[in-house]
Ligand binder design. Sequence first.
Ligand code: NAI
Ligand code: MG
Length: 357
Amino acid sequence: SDAVVHRIAAIPADGVGVEVVAAGRAVLDALAADSGGRFSFDWAEFPWGCGYYDKTGLMMDEDGLEALRDFDAIYFGAVGWPSVPDHVSLWGLRLRICQNFDQWANVRPVRFHPGVTSPLRKADDAPLDWIVVRENSEGEYAGLGGRNLSGRGPGNEVALQTSLFTETGCERIMRFAFDLARTRQVSKVSSVTKSNAQQHGMVLWDEVFERVAADYPDVATESVLVDAMSAKFVLQPEDLSVVVASNLHADILSDLGSALAGSLGLAASANLNPDRRFPSMFEPVHGSAPDIAGEGLANPIGAIGSAALMLDHLGHPAEADRVRRAIDATTGAGVLTPDVSGRARTDEVVASIIDNL
Ligand code: NAI
Ligand code: MG
């Protein structure tokens, strides 16, 4: 009879992030109110983002990580606004949290929804459903490199952007992908590589993949070059179950996946610290969409799907499925925002999802 209180840090940040985090919170609070007192959410909202930067010169408080550390999870909107250079806003908030809280596994399901027209004709006749697992702590986004190293003068500047691949980093994300594949109807892991051109990091990636695969003889595998994989997403998506890729490759492929499902606004993601030493962070894949921000037109489904991933993480898988079914009932009934060719506003989609719970 003791109610579980989940303490969640909400960071809406910028643009449509504000609208979609409010949407996700409304759905979670409705779910809690209907849980018969089994669980509830205790929210703390943090005002960080580009607006905060304009006032203070900081994307988040100096001691912000300390403030976040003891929450059960972080629910994030999107960061970025034209007033602040994107690399400053991204590194100052989202990447700072991901990297310091060792959220090394970024899980990005590609889900197709009833009532949403996919640009992929195959989606009309075959049920498609795969998950992109993104290495989230190193690779191309390790932040290593520098500019103007040679001091050669104007017009001759040089920049180095170095990728970091460690055996430990590769191994843990691959084991995560194999463990995830074992929970799915089709137990298969596709590794995304570019070892023909990148003979150091990506060859290590391939070698670790082969070694880890040997521990999972029951799971089918394939290794596909990233350019071929982008074609495969379009031409043979029925062949995919779990796709494991480096930070940059998975970043790009997961946007492709959500576009194939119909809109960037639909895609959910979880930045997990699987060791649970730090809070994990749940956020839609999309950015702050300055072109539609503040108009009440943002698609909240990516953020609400991310709330469902948070429910999974907090130990409520049945409630997570309930949210996913409510989303599908809403899209199936044609309650859709303009990005998926509908005429509904954000709050109408939210009200419909809450109704369908
Ligand atoms: P974006 O994802 O914000 O927008 C791309 C396109 O998708 C736009 O046409 C936008 O209107 C549409 N879109 C995105 N989310 C939508 C939603 N929920 N409903 C309906 N339509 C939606 O990507 P963009 O334009 O490249 O970046 C804008 C800003 O967001 C930049 O400052 C960028 O750095 C930042 N960004 C932040 C991310 C994060 O916080 N995780 C991820 C990607 C970009
Ligand atoms: Mg991206």
